[in-house]
Design a protein around this ligand. Structure first.
Ligand code: ADP
Ligand code: XUL
Length: 533
């Protein structure tokens, strides 16, 4: 039976899942994860981010991601798995982050010396030492310039799937071009985190898939090609610096001699990597319309498959390519796990105390409420953070816990309405989906059944399933997406939770109050949202 490796390079950690599969069955035979801060402390990251930048700036290190990949490959090689059966590797990465390489990268990637770590050999290939990541909110000016240059917010949203967003790669590239023109001129290739890591595995520049490409404000959804008006509005000469775009099941190459000599891997197929949300779509089994998934990771996201792209005219959400060749709707909230952790830490709680606080407080929180903008928020756009509290006494820890979770769930429900998906079932994933008390609030707010998975990291599972799918296509085997996920995702649904109808009715009323308070707060903050006209 062949083995398939999925990797997920997320904001804070790297995860690997190995699947063993043949026509009859697919099962997980290996899973391992480590946090960047702990595994590679020399990079000095905090929650995967290099601390100390200007407000709104969030960067990490591409060399950290490369060395983490090396650590993980060593770990897998030492696991006792029969690596000779490894047929293909695919990956998932945090979206939007960009890696800037000079012209030496093309040859260095193909000639890495097996005795040395990747960072020591790649440092000279970087035309920018750091990578801006999705938490960066510092490019509002560049967003406005690109919007103007590309014919307005609606045109950009209709063509690329999203209006200009601060964290999207195009605005980040423009800021680099404006602030460090020499660095931009020395850049031969701008990779995403996904295509950078795929390039490192394949030993040559890998393409970008439409799932991650649509997080750049540069790709035309309909044609899955770079859209010249957006590319030209972003930075001069950019077209020549962008990788190719290729379908998600494209084979980028075989595992380079570096990985074979360094850790004893076979020349397995390297499949094009994608973003964590597109990979999660597969890893939560959303290969058909009608079900939504919520990922409670560093960010909270809600997404759903779409056969046809439906643009969000409220401009909060995104349409991305899906790894199945379809589309997906997605809305992202920056104040996800990190905001829950702020409340947990503020009151000195453990996660089990946090759960106990939810269990000890009534649905609706007796009218106490919070707008949870601890950090700059993406949905709705809040550039100057600030938490708003209604009726919450400073020392009422349990009420604060319920207030943040209810606020997050109501915001998820309100800002997913544009997708026009009737949510009757939610597939919950991400680190915080391990917390059933949080899922109970989710079920009641949405009035939907919530399923929880045995494999918590659906992005990584999705990457491993994508490896299986692409390998089958490369061998000329017919394998539908239903067949890819059947028997893997469904039996792994370990827990189902039904909503309480009375609590849902209460939340329907509270959601109107929440929406009004949100609108009122937005009228008083710097938000800069373009209007639809
Ligand atoms: P990433 O976006 O980096 O992939 P994960 O999906 O791995 O993030 O989620 C990690 C987060 O999950 C942690 O930062 C933590 O806040 C959260 N988490 C883990 N266990 C629990 C729990 N029992 N209750 C609530 N949150 C949790
Ligand atoms: C998606 C987004 C985040 C990142 C990190 O648009 O910004 O979900 O992919 O998880």
């Amino acid at each position: 039976m062949s083995l398939y490796l999925g990797l997920d390079s997320s904001t804070q950690s790297l995860t690997a899942i190995v699947l063993e599969a043949d026509r009859a069955a697919t099962r997980v035979v290996y899973e391992h994860a480590f946090a960047f801060d702990e595994a590679l402390p020399a990079y000095g990251t905090r929650h995967g981010v290099i601390p100390g930048g200007e407000t709104g700036v969030a960067v990490s290190s591409p060399l950290l991601w490369a060395d983490a990949l090396d650590l993980m490959m060593a770990k897998i090689a030492a696991s006792g798995l029969d690596l000779s059966r490894l047929a293909a590797i695919a990956g998932s990465a945090q979206q939007h982050g960009s890696v800037y390489l000079n012209a030496s990268a093309a040859s260095v990637l193909g000639r890495l010396h097996p005795d040395r770590v990747p960072s020591a050999q790649l440092a000279g290939c970087l035309s920018r030492a750091v990578s801006p990541i999705w938490m960066d909110a510092s490019t509002s000016r560049e967003c406005a310039e690109i919007t103007d240059g590309a014919g307005g917010a609606l045109a950009l949203a209709e063509r690329t799937g999203s209006r200009a967003f601060e964290r999207f790669t195009g605005p980040q590239i423009r800021k680099f071009f404006k602030q460090q023109p020499e660095g931009y001129a020395a850049t031969d290739r701008v990779h995403l985190v996904s295509s950078f890591l795929a390039s490192l595995l394949a030993g040559r520049h890998a393409p970008i898939d439409p799932g991650d490409g649509s997080g750049m404000n540069l790709m035309e959804l309909a044609t899955k090609a770079w859209w010249p008006p957006a590319v030209d509005a972003t930075a001069p000469g950019l077209a020549a610096k962008l990788p190719d775009l290729a379908p998600s099941w494209t084979i980028a190459g075989t595992l380079s001699p570096y990985w074979q000599a360094r850790h004893g891997f076979p020349p397995a197929r390297v499949v094009v990597w994608s973003g964590d949300n597109p990979c999660s779509l597969v890893g939560t089994g959303l290969v058909r319309e009608g079900v939504a998934a919520i990922s409670l990771g560093t960010s909270d996201t809600i997404f759903s498959l779409m056969r046809e792209p439906r643009v969000d005219r409220t401009f909060t959400g995104h349409v991305f390519g899906a790894p199945t060749g379809d589309f997906m709707g997605l809305t992202v909230f920056a104040n996800g796990s990190i905001a829950r952790e702020r409340v947990r830490d503020q009151f000195g709680l453990t996660w089990s105390d946090f759960s106990a606080a939810l269990a000890a407080t009534p649905p609706g929180n007796d009218g106490r409420m919070m707008l949870p903008w601890f950090d700059p928020e993406i949905t709705p756009l809040v550039l100057q953070p600030g938490v708003r509290r209604f009726g919450l006494a400073p020392d009422a820890g349990a009420a604060h816990v319920r207030a943040i979770v209810e606020a997050q769930m109501m915001a998820l429900a309100l800002h997913a309405q544009w997708m026009q998906v009737e949510v009757t079932t939610i597939h919950a994933t991400g680190g915080a989906s391990a917390n059933r008390d949080i899922l109970r609030v989710m079920a009641d707010v949405f009035g939907a059944e919530v399923c929880q998975f045995e494999v918590g990291n659906s992005a990584c599972l999705g990457a491993a399933l994508r490896a299986r799918h692409a390998d089958a296509i490369a061998r000329g085997e017919r394998l539908t997406w239903d067949e890819v996920v059947a028997g893997v995702v469904e039996p792994m649904i370990s827990f189902r939770l039904q909503p309480n109808r009375d609590h849902h009715a209460l939340y329907e009323t509270l959601m109107r109050v929440y929406a009004a308070r949100e609108a009122e707060a937005l009228a008083n903050v710097e938000c800069g949202l373009p209007n639809a006209e």
